[in-house]
Design a protein around this ligand. Structure first.
Ligand SMILES: Cc1ncc(COP(=O)(O)O)c(C=O)c1O
Length: 385
């Protein structure tokens, strides 16, 4: 088989329709959206249209969408922008132990600077401890930052329950931030009636271009900008906008949310086939995270006993199958903080592989992957004894 790409949580292939829409701002309407002449005004119109597409998909207003370079920047802006604005209300921040590094690292840095940070526990399925959240939250808490979907195991956090706990403290200066990077085109996001103040998104995880993303900042929420200069992005992010990137991101969001149901159903079916094929065809395997029928439709994390994850990644690559051991941002570090927080044993962590699907994934590709795993895993086990 030519290529089986099962690393869609790391990044996705850009859709042709997305590339087509990106051509106009690059080839024809290449003006600076801040320029006063017609080329600038036309570019600004394209930008506005893209902003409306993103806003519509999550039921927000266009003025609540701040374009960023991706999920990492959106998470950083949400966290650092909040502490700069709300520090007079308290010094306590809450997150979970299984966040993406773009949330964990800024919060770990803040902890070193003297902020009090609670990293909530998760259970063996990768679901946060709501009771612990209710216990530790206080008048001193100014930020609760939770990922909607975990990028390594696909667990879905109970955001509605989190909202209920957090609501009582929002009047005394607390923002709720959700990292929706892995949720955007897989789960419905409706911010029209929610307590969410901030929500991060990324373009390249949903078949859009790299270097594009957004932070939703609910009307009335005040953040301090991290990048100052011109007044772009309503003063939240200075710098000439990546018009082509944001136009592509807008189109990717539109396509993803209009096709979501069929795509999600197809991915779920294929994920179940992959899990069943692996379990039936091989001994010594363990599915990590939520039940195969729960969780998001595109992520399956499996430990292969007696096999090193990195070795299996390369053995599969030799058969044109692309997977990863965990988060692309920390895949060179063999210990996953997510699997560790879920209580996996060292050996199971070492043999963990993340398969992540997309709407491009086919039944043939899944069958081919299962067949190759049935050949490769016993061979690797034999070599390592
Ligand atoms: C849950 C989550 N948040 C944030 C990010 C960072 O997004 P980006 O790659 O757009 O910076 C990722 C990327 O893997 C992610 O999976």
């Amino acid at each position: 088989m030519e290529e089986v790409y099962l690393d869609n949580s790391a990044t996705t292939k850009v859709k042709d329709k997305v590339i087509e829409t990106m051509m106009k701002p690059m080839k024809e309407v290449y003006g600076n959206p801040s320029s006063l002449h017609s080329m600038g005004i036309e570019a600004e119109k394209l930008l506005k249209k893209a902003r409306r597409k993103v806003a519509k998909a999550i039921r927000a207003d266009a003025e609540e969408i701040i374009f960023t370079s991706g999920g990492t920047e959106a998470n950083n802006l949400a966290i650092k922008g909040t502490i700069n604005t709300l520090q007079r209300y308290g010094n306590h921040l809450i997150t979970t132990k299984i966040e993406h590094s773009s949330t964990l690292h800024p919060l770990q840095d803040l902890e070193k600077e003297g902020w009090e940070v609670t990293f909530l526990d998760v259970d063996e399925k990768g679901i946060l401890d709501l009771e612990q959240l209710a216990e530790v939250i206080s008048e001193d808490t100014i930020l609760v930052s939770i990922m909607q979907v975990n990028n390594e195991v696909g667990s879905i956090q109970p955001i509605k329950e989190v909202e209920k706990i957090v609501q009582d403290y929002q009047d005394s200066g607390l923002y709720l931030h959700i990292d929706a990077v892995q949720a955007l085109d897989k789960l419905e996001i409706n911010l029209s009636n929610s307590s969410i103040d901030l929500l991060s998104m990324s373009g390249h995880k949903i078949h859009g271009p790299k270097g594009s993303g957004a932070l939703y900042i609910a009307d009335g929420t005040r953040l301090k900008s991290l990048i100052t200069g011109g007044g772009q992005e309503f003063g939240y992010r200075a710098g000439t906008e990546n018009v082509a990137g944001y136009v592509g991101f807008g189109e990717a969001v539109k396509l993803a949310t209009t096709e979501v149901e069929a795509d999600v159903e197809q991915m779920q079916k294929l994920k179940e086939e992959l899990a069943a094929g692996i379990k039936d065809g091989l001994e010594g395997v363990q599915i990590n995270g939520p039940e195969v029928t729960a969780g998001v439709p595109h992520i399956l994390n499996v430990s292969f006993q007696g096999v090193k994850g990195e070795v299996l990644v390369h053995a599969l690559e030799a058969e044109n199958i692309y997977v990863s051991t965990g988060s692309a941002c920390s895949s060179k570090d063999s210990k996953s903080h997510v699997l560790a927080a879920m209580g996996l044993e060292q050996k199971a962590m070492e043999g963990a592989i993340r398969f992540s699907l997309s709407s491009f994934t086919s039944k043939e590709e899944i069958s081919y992957t299962v067949e190759k795993l049935k050949e490769i895993v016993p061979r690797l086990r034999q070599i390592t004894g």
